[in-house]
Design a binder for this molecule. Structure first.
Ligand SMILES: Cc1cc2nc3c(=O)[nH]c(=O)nc-3n(C[C@H](O)[C@H](O)[C@H](O)COP(=O)(O)OP(=O)(O)OC[C@H]3O[C@@H](n4cnc5c(N)ncnc54)[C@H](O)[C@@H]3O)c2cc1C
Length: 300
C-alpha cells in the first residue's frame, strides 16, 4: 500500500487529502500540521477576534471527520526537514522528534508573515495574524492597552477597523505613508518605523525611529512581506523560485515524488501573486489528478 504524506492541513492540504482518499481507496494518507485544528474558515477570523464568533463556529469539519475518512490527522507537529533521497519527513512534536516515511509527499504548507529584524523581536508577546492559533493568543490578551499594528496599512486595516469599532484604542504604525480614505474613530495611523520592542519579560512598549516611545503590550505584526513555508526543503536540491516551490501543470515539483499546491508553490508560467482560497482548492484538485496518475490509482 502506498504511503502519502501531506504537509499542511489548511484548504490546500485538506482538499488534497479528501480528494486523494476519494480517488485512491488503498493508500495510507497522513495529514501533518503545526496547527492545532482541523480545517477552519480564515475569512471569519476577524469576527472571532472581536468575540462575535466562537472557535467552534470557524471549524469546517467535525472532530471525527478525518478518522471517518481513514486519514491520519497529525496536529501540533512542525515539519523541520524532508529528506527526499530517503523519503522521510522529520517533525518536532512537543519536545520529541518524529519521522514519517512516504512514497509520495504533497507540500501544502502555505505562507507566513516575515518579521522585521529589530531589537526585541524574539521576546514573548509578539503577535501575528496568520493562523487561528495567532488570533486565539491575541484574543486572550486583548486588554485595555492600545493594540499597535505594525507594518502594512493594507493588511492592518480590516482588523484595526473592526477593533476600533468595538471601542478599542488602535494605532497602526507604518512607514508606507498611506491613510484610509476616511478617518476612522478610535484609530490613529502613525507614519513611522518601529526600531525596538521594550520590556523585561514580554513587551511593554515600542520605540519609534524618531525616539518616541509608545506604551503597549500588544504589538501585532502585519508585514507587507510574506514567505512560503518551505524551509524544510531548502537543502534538498528541489527547484525553487525564491522560497516558492516550482511545479508543473500536474503540480509536480522537480523531484518526481514530491507535489505541491496552494500558497507555497508557483506554477510554470504563472505570476508569483498571493493565492485566494478558491485558487488553492483548484490547485489541490490538479494535484490529486497528477498524483493519482503517478500512483496509477482508480479513474486514471
Ligand atoms: C486572516 C486571513 C484571512 C483571509 N481571508 C480570505 C478570504 O476571505 N478569501 C480568500 O480567498 N482568501 C483569504 N485568505 C487567503 C487564504 O486563506 C489563502 O489563500 C489560503 O489559506 C491558502 O491556503 P494554503 O492551504 O495554501 O495555505 P495556508 O492556509 O497558509 O495553510 C498552511 C498550512 O500548513 C501548515 N504548516 C506550515 N508550515 C508547516 C510546517 N513546517 N510543519 C507543519 N505544518 C506546517 C499550517 O499549519 C497550515 O495548516 C485569508 C488569509 C488570512 C491569513
Amino acid at each position: 500500500m502506498k504511503k502519502i504524506v501531506i504537509i499542511g492541513a489548511s484548504i490546500a492540504g485538506h482538499t488534497a487529502a479528501v480528494g486523494l482518499r476519494e480517488k485512491i481507496k488503498d493508500c495510507q494518507i497522513s495529514l501533518i500540521t503545526e496547527g492545532s485544528y482541523p480545517l477552519y474558515d480564515k475569512s471569519k477570523l476577524l469576527q472571532y477576534l472581536c468575540g462575535l464568533l466562537k472557535e467552534k463556529d470557524l471549524l469546517m469539519v467535525g472532530p471525527d471527520f478525518y478518522q471517518q475518512q481513514s486519514i491520519e490527522f497529525l496536529k501540533d507537529r512542525k515539519v523541520v526537514q524532508v529528506s527526499p533521497s530517503r523519503k522521510v519527513v522529520h517533525c518536532r512534536h512537543k519536545d520529541k522528534r518524529e519521522s514519517y516515511e512516504y512514497d509520495f509527499l504533497a507540500v501544502c504548507s502555505g505562507r507566513r508573515s516575515v518579521l522585521p529584524e529589530i531589537t526585541g523581536i524574539n521576546k514573548e508577546g509578539i503577535y501575528t495574524l496568520d493562523s487561528l492559533n495567532d488570533y486565539k493568543q491575541l484574543r486572550q490578551h486583548l486588554i485595555s492597552d492600545p493594540v499597535c499594528f505594525i507594518g502594512s496599512v493594507r493588511r492592518a486595516l480590516p482588523a484595526a477597523t473592526m477593533l476600533a469599532g468595538r471601542q478599542r484604542e488602535v494605532k497602526v504604525i507604518s512607514s508606507e505613508g498611506m491613510q484610509p480614505a476616511e478617518p476612522i474613530d478610535g484609530m490613529e495611523i502613525v507614519s513611522s518605523e518601529v526600531i525596538e520592542l521594550i520590556g523585561e519579560s514580554g513587551v511593554q512598549a515600542i520605540r519609534l525611529k524618531e525616539g518616541k516611545i509608545i506604551g503597549t503590550s500588544l504589538p501585532v505584526f502585519v508585514p507587507a512581506l510574506t514567505a512560503a513555508n518551505s524551509d524544510f526543503l531548502k537543502d534538498s536540491g528541489i527547484t525553487m523560485d525564491g522560497e516558492l516551490l516550482c511545479v508543473d501543470e500536474s503540480m509536480c515539483t522537480s523531484i518526481k515524488t514530491i507535489y505541491a499546491s496552494g500558497a507555497v508553490c508557483l506554477r510554470q508560467g504563472a505570476a508569483a501573486a498571493e493565492k485566494s482560497w478558491d485558487e488553492a482548492i483548484q490547485e489541490s484538485r490538479m494535484l490529486v489528478d497528477g498524483l493519482a496518475k503517478a500512483i496509477g490509482g482508480a479513474d486514471v
